[in-house]
Design a protein around this ligand. Structure first.
Ligand SMILES: [Zn+2]
Length: 119
């Protein structure tokens, strides 16, 4: 035997109550979508060049970053994303492995167009 609670409006119990069911609570409005600022479109085009290194290792060289870009930070984020090694020399970034598709996506997220140069 379950505990019976009388209707809050008419005071009667379940079989005698003829009240219309209460409208359900309106759904709370969904939280606003996080505002992701569109990346500032850059005019510079980053060149992605694949090179072979000793032992058949492939690297992708990224060139063409403007001087206002902190390529150290950019390379760090990119390596974290790809889970690979790499290095920075001046404004040139070298990424180990042929990750050009994902690098292009990453660069697009930073507002950069990219082109594949060489093989
Ligand atoms: Zn009722």
């Amino acid at each position: 035997m379950g505990l019976r609670i009388p209707c809050l409006r008419c005071g009667k119990f379940e079989p005698e109550c003829r009240c219309e069911p209460l409208p359900s609570e309106p759904e709370p409005p969904p939280p606003p979508a996080p505002v992701v600022p569109a990346p500032k479109a850059r005019i510079e085009v980053i060149k992605m060049r694949r090179e072979k290194r000793g032992g058949g290792r492939e690297v992708v060289i990224l060139e063409g970053f403007p001087r206002d870009v902190n390529v150290e930070y950019l390379a760090r984020d990119l390596k974290k994303l790809l889970g690979c090694g790499g290095g920075v020399k001046g404004w040139t970034v070298e990424i180990q492995g042929d990750h050009r598709d994902r690098i292009a996506d990453f660069l697009a997220g930073r507002g950069f167009k990219s082109v594949r140069a060489g093989g």
